[in-house]
Design a protein. Structure first.
Length: 262
């Protein structure tokens, strides 16, 4: 298993890209030079584009460089944690320093699994404004489909949000995410076994964080979230909130993602 120990990426945090995401999410386009970005908007920056010959079968950059090769063909974002130290500003140069913090293996109901934890620290004007941890899971093809948990009851606030193929396409473009499960329905169904096009986990997390900031009435300080079941498009999901906990309820009552915020 060979990996790079550290990866540094720079970006100018273009306000136009932030406004494009605001439009995609149905928000007022307010981003301008020097304005604080909404939470989680950093995911449309720090691209690491690769030519076609460096991509895997799923459209993602092939493993074996910064992302380790775990010998398993499927990988997806499983969970994450964010600590917001200061507002991230549009139009201000930023540096992201990424490192692999841990690699673990275990056996699940669907077969062997591998987990890779990545830490990112984003700096602007020489200060860390955001620390993020991402957990990526690797799986084999086929295997038993995990049971989908049911969403909790007791939400004190709910919001419906629709996901269509155009939204998925625009979010893939803004995040430079080439994973085929988000735009190639045949691949998603026949190769990876999903019901249809898969809504990005980070897109679900984005909606939960925007709702959480509204419900708390202030900027977020810390978020922990975990994906628990896939959501297909075109489907309408429900964003739920109760006392610092947020979750995505799918159309059959399943829990697709859960998060704690403060």
């Amino acid at each position: 298993m060979q990996t790079e120990s550290e990866q540094r990426t720079h970006d100018i945090i273009d306000p136009a890209r932030a406004r494009a995401l605001q439009a995609t999410l149905g928000l007022e386009m307010t981003a301008d030079v020097g304005t604080p970005l909404p939470p989680f908007f950093h995911h449309i920056y720090f691209w690491a584009p690769q030519p076609p010959q460096n991509l895997g079968r799923d459209g993602h950059p092939a493993v074996g460089g910064f992302m380790p090769d775990m010998g398993l063909p499927r990988r997806m974002w499983a969970s994450g944690r964010l600590v917001f130290h200061a507002p991230m500003l549009a139009g201000v140069k930023a540096e992201r320093v990424s490192m692999i913090e841990g690699v673990t293996r275990k056996d699940g109901r669907s077969g062997p699994l591998a987990f890779v934890r990545i830490r990112h620290d984003i700096r602007q004007r020489s200060a860390v404004v955001l620390s993020e941890w991402q957990d990526v899971v690797y799986r084999q093809d086929g295997g038993e489909v995990p049971e989908r948990p049911m969403a909790p009851q007791g939400a004190t606030h709910e919001e419906a949000v629709a996901f269509e193929s155009t939204t998925l396409f625009r979010y893939s473009a803004l995040t430079f995410n080439g994973h085929r499960i988000h735009y190639d329905e045949t691949y998603a169904k026949e190769v990876e076994g999903y019901d249809g096009l898969v809504v990005h986990g980070p897109l679900l997390a984005q909606h939960l964080m925007l709702m959480g900031a509204r419900m708390l009435g202030r900027p977020l300080r810390e978020v922990n979230y975990r994906a628990t079941a896939p959501l297909s498009a075109p489907e309408t999901a429900t964003l739920c909130w109760a006392e610092g906990q947020a979750w995505v309820r799918g159309p059959q009552g399943e829990q697709c993602m859960i998060a704690q915020m403060r």
